[in-house]
Design a protein. Structure first.
Length: 222
């Protein structure tokens, strides 16, 4: 991530957020204000402000006299975010099947081709970004970008589980197959089929949850 026009505080926040969501900073990992300030060559004030924002979003736990730690994944929060996302994405599928711009269909085609490339290259980070973009294109095409933004605000714990699934090499080909079937259902204006596939796609995380907890028990709250 490049700093660009971001303030020092926001740049540190965005950098730490990306590392937490991508599991570079693993759940339970200790974070030191002093050490982070040294990495970014700044005072501790913007680091502390970034920490407080991450704490407010439930991604960091700060204990006086003990330290700060990346929060463990809370499946109750994952379930809540997944519930909201599913309801809204199914509604968007219905809208997309009624009317969807050709330009956005082309964007979906391009996105799918890129997904195939990164699956072959086993690049989980780029595949995750393309997965996010794929879903966003539907909201954009249906003029519901602000709805997408609201989903993202609740989606942070859910994102970590999805990243963990990709890192664990959970059926990448199945994810792309779902995307292709969703795309084709929208092209065919088949709302029922599009919603059915999207429902199965978004609930795959629960099919894998037991395996993830067994493989990474240290990452999850009991």
């Amino acid at each position: 991530m490049t700093k660009g026009t971001l303030s020092t505080r926001d740049y540190i926040y965005e950098s730490l957020l990306e590392d937490i969501l991508q599991m570079t900073l693993e759940p339970g990992k200790s974070l030191s204000e002093k050490e982070v300030a040294e990495v970014f060559h700044v005072s501790r004030t913007p680091v502390r402000e970034a920490f407080l924002r991450l704490e407010k979003e439930g991604l960091l736990e700060i204990f006086p006299q003990k330290g700060s730690f990346v929060s463990l994944i809370d499946y109750s929060l994952v379930e809540e975010a997944q519930f909201m996302r599913e309801q809204l994405e199914l509604a968007v599928m219905k809208l997309a099947c009624e009317s969807f711009p050709n330009a956005e269909l082309i964007n979906l085609e391009t996105n799918l081709k890129k997904q195939e490339i990164y699956v072959r290259e086993k690049d989980s980070k780029e595949l995750f970004n393309l997965d996010e973009e794929f879903h966003y294109i539907f909201f954009k095409g249906c003029k519901k970008e602000r709805v997408w933004d609201n989903i993202q605000a609740m989606n942070l714990h859910f994102k970590r589980v999805r990243v963990l699934r990709l890192v664990s090499d959970y059926s990448w080909e199945n994810i792309i197959k779902d995307h292709m079937l969703i795309y084709q259902a929208v092209v065919d204006k088949d709302s029922e089929r599009a919603q059915d596939i999207m429902h199965r796609h978004l609930t795959r995380v629960w099919d894998d949850s037991t395996d993830l907890k067994l493989k990474y028990p240290q990452y999850f709250k009991e």
